[in-house]
Design a protein around this ligand. Structure first.
Ligand code: NAD
Length: 292
């Protein structure tokens, strides 16, 4: 089985980005600048945002982290969004989800200017993506597309099954892979919590992408031998033997699939690092003033 090593691939792409930033600096151009807004104290979000900021530093981008406590009002968050929309030095920004419950995520998302929406979550970018127009693609599905491309995994004409229909992962993933292109041109089935007989679909998949959020739910009997498996899930499972008291696992039962699949992403070290790299790639695009 081939391990689809997202961590190593992300490092390679970061090195490419770093060299591009060096070129920009030498030519006296604008250094890409990403801002991240973190509201509240969700421990997983803290880790994700820290990774994003550190990755910016690694490739020579400028980064700004705006932190606010869980008591922050929706109007205060909207004010930050408006300020970042209007700040000519900030090329792109993200508002880390989830937001505290009293803040409506849709309202905040709708306030972000599409030209700065490097997460690719606003309706304009989702619409442009769906039409095959230049767009900022959502980071996780775009990271998976990059991984399929760089590992040379053929998608044309293949049966792809995506598990989970979230706005940020499952749904855009299904759209990207069914569009014309390479990767793309696949026949895609999107399964979700109301799907009847999920196994009947997953057993036909040449490429199975799991984005559900249920620890190790995808077991060997759900998978076609020789399939390529992409595990998006990041789940914390209690584990007293670990110093942190938990371990991270995916939506896929890695050990049971390992003997039968042809290629698979590990968790951690698979899709996660590719997500961060996608965000950097979008920020570079934004700094060049291009939606592509
Ligand atoms: P979500 O939590 O918003 O939604 C889960 C989806 O799974 C829903 O569409 C639901 O219909 C579906 N689902 C739930 N139970 C199901 C079942 N029994 N059978 C089939 N489908 C079922 O999804 P999300 O935000 O895409 O997150 C999914 C997982 O991916 C989480 O573990 C999350 O932490 C992880 N994630 C990872 C990254 C990354 O960079 N690696 C990025 C985003 C999310």
């Amino acid at each position: 089985m081939q391990v689809l090593d997202g961590k190593a691939l992300a490092e390679t792409i970061k090195e490419e980005l770093r060299q591009e930033v060096d070129q920009i600096r030498l030519a006296g151009g604008k250094i890409p600048h990403l801002a991240a807004v973190l509201v509240g104290a969700d421990p997983a979000s803290e880790v994700y945002v820290r990774n994003k900021v550190q990755s910016c530093e690694q490739v020579g981008f400028q980064s700004t982290l705006i932190r606010r406590g869980s008591e922050t009002t929706q109007e205060e968050v909207l004010e930050i969004v408006r300020r970042l929309n209007d700040d000519p030095d900030v090329d792109g920004f993200i508002v880390q989800l989830p937001l505290p419950k009293h803040i409506d995520e849709d309202t905040v998302n709708l306030a972000i200017r599409p030209e700065k929406d490097v997460d690719g979550f606003t309706p304009v970018n989702i619409g442009r993506m769906t039409l095959g127009l230049p767009a900022y693609l959502p980071a996780t599905p775009n990271g998976i597309m990059t991984m399929l491309e760089r590992y040379g995994i053929e998608t044309e004409g293949k049966e792809v099954v995506v598990l989970g229909r979230s706005n940020i992962v499952g749904t855009p993933m299904s759209i990207l892979l069914s569009r014309k292109g390479n990767p793309g041109n696949a026949t895609v089935t999107l399964c979700h919590s109301r799907t009847q007989d999920m196994a009947a679909h997953t057993r036909r998949a040449d490429i199975l992408i799991a984005a559900i959020g249920i620890p190790e739910m995808v077991t060997a009997e759900l998978v076609k031998p020789g399939a390529v498996v992409i595990d998006v899930g990041i789940n914390r499972v209690e584990d007293a033997s670990r110093s942190r008291g938990f371990r991270l696992c995916g939506d896929v039962d890695y050990a049971s699939l390992e003997p039968i699949v042809s290629a698979m992403t590990p968790v951690p070290g698979g899709v996660g690092p590719m997500t961060v790299v996608s965000l950097l790639m979008n920020t570079l695009k934004a700094s060049k003033g291009r939606l592509s």
